[in-house]
Design a protein around this ligand. Structure first.
Ligand SMILES: Nc1ncnc2c1ncn2[C@@H]1O[C@H](COP(=O)(O)OP(=O)(O)O)[C@@H](O)[C@H]1O
Ligand SMILES: Nc1ccn([C@H]2C[C@H](O)[C@@H](COP(=O)(O)OP(=O)(O)O)O2)c(=O)n1
Length: 643
């Protein structure tokens, strides 16, 4: 499985131009397809969900032309799709599936609508019931009440009023409303139960109005579309930036200092999720808004917990759940039952993953309560849910973490993590790589002490793996066996002390035998893989100095400073000789030199993470230098690199 490792974050500031709103994009595409005339759609969101809609429209015979960038031309069909028989695959795109179901059920053709497995677990029965009241012929191909669906031609006989439930997903009402002009008659929709996510209905009404259809509204209970309503292209439509996507960046500013500015949505937005900014302000964040921009900064004393009804911001509220990790007290998010029928059961997923990083979480049918506690690194599962991946990126302010399957963000925000990187600063790393006995450990530990940073002796992990394998009777060339040992290493570093399975290791990992074993196990790709995340979790505040062979190339490629530390083989053999004698080991200089040359060769010739000076690493030749001189040089380079 693909993953993305995030270091602990230090701060956030900058500006992000948001991608187009998913909700607006897919509504505009469908209405442009149903309208009379051509529509130029500008700033459309480029994502999986909009691709599913564009593909479906093309399959239905709609003229779709990419004008370059985020701009598209849609040739409307005036309410009659040219293709009367089709099978459409809509992935996990609810914003494509529900409205297309409604429009196609009234379109007089024979259509099959399918999605991914999760889409087939997301209820659609309430919408189908509504459509059947209009005479539509809709049947379930799998489970009753769920996609896939078969829609057949039918006589549509609107008899005035249709009832639809409003308390499961507002997308059912959205789908129905957008399809009603296709009946040509006056139809009223009565909402049964409390309508949730009202702001999404506002987006629907505003978008329909942009295409010339005005829906009469009686509170949130009854919506009427008059006979003769027709969609007409407004010519050009600009899609607003995505307000839900804005939530991650505003939260970054609120947690990481800021200011973080988002452009593309603001005070004038038609999207309900802009209200997320108000929720963040209640947590203490300093928010400013303009017509189409917003900024967020962290408050002096840090964020504070809130108890909020989130019915009006169901998607953006997820962002509050991870922002709660940085708020004093217990945050309660209420009235969020719809989370359970989204891309995944978001209440369960959020609770499980927040607990992994140490938060105390209570969940109920329609609420979640989060109390922060000491954070610990973890690998976060994302459940094929873009918002899980984006929400948990915020948690990196508390701890380094791994995001599994980060590409699931493509559903609404394909380049999310690239943008995230441009507005965040991570805890700095100084990477010191070089051959055996070049002085890496001595220099790295002193540099770390001078800066107050943590120190990672990565070689010790390979040495510990070799030792633990030896103790377990596993041969050093048994890749799977040694990798399992590496993955399960029970090791605790405290200052200079290293404990393996609770017992002090001392010099047992420094013998020449274990040195040779370490070099052998280090050549096994599965072992390196198993030790990757274990090393990256050292990347915490205020900073880290890591020494080894691949600190700058593989483990911390974004290190602020990379140093390749070396000395002649003779000088290194002599240093090692002295070191061993001082420790009371017996040693022989010619043997040491031969051993060291053999190890240099093995470390630099292996296929994975070979020892070599990277193009972006600075060379520090120490044959003629004292340790103090070498340390000073690294500190000078660091202050240069970080200024
Ligand atoms: N520049 C230097 N000049 C002289 N001795 C050094 C220098 N750097 C390191 N040493 C000594 O060499 C030995 C090996 O250094 P160490 O830091 O353990 O190397 P590495 O971590 O690269 O294997 C230590 O005893 C250390 O004190
Ligand atoms: N990041 C690292 C660190 C060490 N190794 C390998 C290379 C060495 O043969 C062993 C032991 O590393 P260590 O840095 O402790 O060895 P030296 O002190 O340099 O002799 O592990 C590695 O492959 N990658």
């Amino acid at each position: 499985m693909e993953f993305l490792d995030l270091p602990q974050l230090l701060s956030a500031a900058g500006t992000v131009r948001l991608p187009g709103s998913k909700s607006i994009s897919n509504r505009v595409l469908l209405l442009a397809a149903l309208a009379d005339g051509e529509t130029e759609v500008r700033d459309l969101l480029a994502s999986d969900d909009t691709e599913r809609m564009l593909d479906a429209l093309q399959a239905l015979g709609i003229g779709v032309t990419h004008l370059g960038g985020e701009n598209w031309k849609i040739v409307g069909c005036g309410g009659a799709f040219p293709v009367k028989q089709a099978e459409l695959f809509l992935g996990n795109a609810g914003t494509a599936f529900r409205p297309l179901t409604a429009a196609l059920a009234l379109a007089g053709g024979d259509y099959v609508l399918k999605g991914v497995a999760r889409m087939h677990e997301r209820p659609i029965g309430d919408l189908v019931d509504g459509l059947r009241q209009l005479g539509a012929d809709v049947s379930y191909l799998g489970n009753e009440g769920y996609p896939p669906l078969h829609l057949k031609p039918a006589t549509i006989r609107p008899d005035g009023v249709v009832s639809v439930r409003g308390d499961v997903s507002s997308q059912f009402l959205t789908g129905l409303l957008m399809a009603l002009p296709l009946t040509g008659q006056t139809v009223a929709v009565d909402v049964v139960g409390e309508l949730i996510s009202k702001p999404y209905i506002e987006i629907t009404l505003a978008t329909m109005a942009r295409f010339g259809v005005v829906v009469e509204r009686d509170g949130w209970q009854r919506f009427t579309v008059r006979a003769g309503s027709r969609y007409v292209s407004p010519g050009t439509v600009y899609v607003e930036g995505d307000a839900s996507s804005a939530s991650y960046f505003l939260a970054l500013g609120a947690i990481g200092g800021g200011p973080v500015r988002v452009e593309g949505v603001g005070r004038d937005s038609i999207q309900g999720d802009v209200k997320f900014a108000e929720a963040l302000a209640q947590m203490g964040a300093i928010i400013e808004t303009g017509p189409n921009w917003m900024t967020a900064c962290a408050p002096q004393g840090g964020l504070i917990a809130v108890d909020l009804d989130c019915n009006h911001i169901p998607d953006a509220a997820m962002t509050l759940a991870t922002a709660a990790l940085f708020a004093k007290g217990t945050t309660t998010l209420r009235n969020i039952a719809s989370w359970r029928v989204k891309e995944t059961d978001r209440i369960a997923a959020m609770a499980t993953e927040l607990r992994k990083i140490g938060a105390v979480v209570e969940e109920g049918a329609d609420f979640i309560k989060i109390t922060p506690s000491t954070a610990r690194p973890a690998a976060i599962d994302t459940y094929d849910d873009h918002r899980m991946a984006m929400c948990f990126s915020l948690a990196a302010f508390a701890t380094p973490l791994r995001i599994n399957d980060p590409k699931c963000v493509a559903k609404t925000f394909p380049d999310y993590f690239e943008r995230f990187a441009t507005v965040t600063r991570a805890a700095p790393v100084i990477a010191i790589d070089g051959p055996s006995a070049s002085g890496k450990g001595s220099v790295a530990a002193r540099v770390a002490a001078a800066l107050g940073f943590a120190y990672l002796d990565s070689g010790a992990l390979y040495r510990l793996t070799a030792l633990a394998a030896q103790r377990a009777g596993i041969a050093w060339d048994d890749e799977a066996g040694v990798a399992a040992i590496a993955a399960g290493l029970d090791v605790v570093f405290t200052g200079e002390d290293i404990r393996l399975a609770g017992v002090l290791v001392g010099d047992a990992i420094r013998t020449e035998d274990i040195s040779a074993g370490a070099s052998k196990v280090a050549a096994l790709p599965a072992v390196r893989e198993a030790l990757l995340f274990r090393q990256r979790v050292f990347n915490t505040l205020p900073g880290l100095v890591g020494d080894g062979r691949d600190m700058g190339s593989v483990i911390f490629p974004r290190a602020v400073l990379k140093v390749f530390l070396t000395a002649t083989a003779e000088a290194r053999a002599e240093r090692r000789y002295k070191q061993l004698i001082e420790k009371g080991f017996s040693a022989n200089l010619p043997d040491l030199l031969a051993d060291l040359q053999q190890r240099d060769a093995r470390d630099s010739q292996r296929s994975v993470a070979p020892l070599r000076q990277e193009a972006d690493a600075r060379l520090l030749e120490t044959t003629q230098l004292t340790i103090e001189q070498a340390v000073k040089q690294v500190l000078d380079w660091y202050s240069e690199a970080s200024s």
